[in-house]
Ligand binder design. Sequence first.
Ligand code: AGP
Length: 610
Amino acid sequence: MCGIVGAVAQRDVADILVEGLKRLEYRGYDSAGVAIVGHDDSLNRVRRLGKVQELADALKSEPLAGGTGIAHTRWATHGAPSESNAHPHTSNETIAVVHNGIIENHNELREKLQQFDYQFTSETDTEVITHLVHHELKTASSLMEAVQKTVKQLEGAYGTVVMDTRDKERVVVARSGSPLVIGYGLGENFIASDLMALLPVTRKFSYLEEGDVAEITRFDVTIVDKDGNSVEREAKESEVSHDAGDKGEYRHYMLKETYEQPTAIRNTLEGRLSGSQLNVDTFGAGADEIFKEIEHVQIIACGTSYHSGMVARYWLEAHAGVSCNIEIASEFRYRKSHVPKNALLVTISQSGETADTLAALRLAKDLGYKASLTICNVAGSSLVRESDLAFMTKAGAEIGVASTKAFTTQLVGLLMMTLALGKHNGMSEAKQAEIAHSILTLPNKLEEVLALAAPIEALAEDFADKHHALFLGRGDQYPIAMEGALKLKEISYIHAEAYAAGELKHGPLALIDAEMPVIVVAPQNDLIEKLKSNVEEVRARGGLMYVFADSKANFASDETMKVIDVPLCDDIIAPIVYTLPLQLLSYYVAIIKGTDVDQPRNLAKSVTVE
Ligand code: AGP
């Protein structure tokens, strides 16, 4: 989604802003722009449709000098992707604004501002902020006061940064529903929507809270909360490494992140699980006391994170003795739901900023859940700050839009949660030790699975001319089939659906012919004979199958079936193990199709609007 970078410094900041935007490219965008107050106090702006590189090239021929500036990558919501809709937006050659989020009452504000003779030059909702600040400044004593008066009139979501050429020693920023992080430098300070943008210039950050408005100068940061009270927001050193945004030897971030999974899981396990000892405090202070009383778990998430929650339901109900429901956040937040006694609300999110998941968490606070827990990959994100408990996956920065290592580390966190809840609900010590042992085998097992890359790359050729694909699984492999289908559709644009294999004859069997590849996830387990019957149903209708199975499942390749031999593993970790071959398959199909693997069309890494 949209990205923001801003700076107040003595040195020229154009390069810092553009580098920041490049580091936010992974979030998805369609245009980019920068505005800087010149040494002569003029407002200078360059915007380009397309990649940040286009903006960087334009700045080479049209360099902007100055130490106070704001920059933005836009992901169109109101108004088509175009140069005139790209941010920053300006008012009367003095005010410049960048904005993430959606202003819902923009039509009403636009009409009001037109009565004051403000001319609109874009179709965006953002432009109302620009003119409103200008209008409020006619009576306000400072930029800070004008922005405070402005945001009181806004309905919707915003993370916004405002700059005034007549007062270039500062920028004023405001947050409601769209994250902003302040970066502290020496004699210079910064603002961004994601700390990744600022890692080249600082490692010290503080996050604004909902409703905060802050004034940032070279030497000071002054923050007021939604009630206008002065507040401090604790600044912390970030652990995210500076080179987290480098592809290294890999052609794409997605491939790099797929290969990082054994390490990501080792990091997620470190200090938390050794032998059969689980450190329950890793879920947050007092977690064990809360877990003791939990009888029901409600999981809320979107996309890939939703699929990890689906797997967790199988684990929790089979092993931890608690009932579990899982729901897509955008559905949960708009329906009336029943909250069972002693229920734990669990959100799952890579980014910790997904608008629907966050809204569901906020709603749940009023519904009477005993506590909330988030499984998340971004420290300091909104979900982490607003939940009672948090389990941090240690996947490291995930840049590719297609989630890979975040998904498998979420599953590891959910398995540990199964252990933590299970021990209060009659899970025997022997069972706890068995599950713990299986989890600890994961990093090495995944290294074995990654050795399948070459045969899977060869297999991908078969998909080059296909328009549809069907994924089948049963039990805890059904969500993995769904995840495989999501990966294929999001990065190769092949229409893919997943079904619980038992559902085949209730409709999807009608789709089967030689043009419809059917991908089957088939480890040896209690359901394998049932799955084999489903495979026969496909074979009988002339379908061509690609079966991911271990040696015990006993499938053999023939003219209707290609079997990909996956290493044997314990049942409980099989959903994690079987995810990797499907990630590799979608990656290599996308390579053949020539799509933009890391930034697929129309998608964003962090979905901060509804
Ligand atoms: C996965 O490949 C997708 N990019 C997407 O489904 C993603 O998982 C979803 O938008 C949820 O994001 P979150 O984990 O950051 O909440």
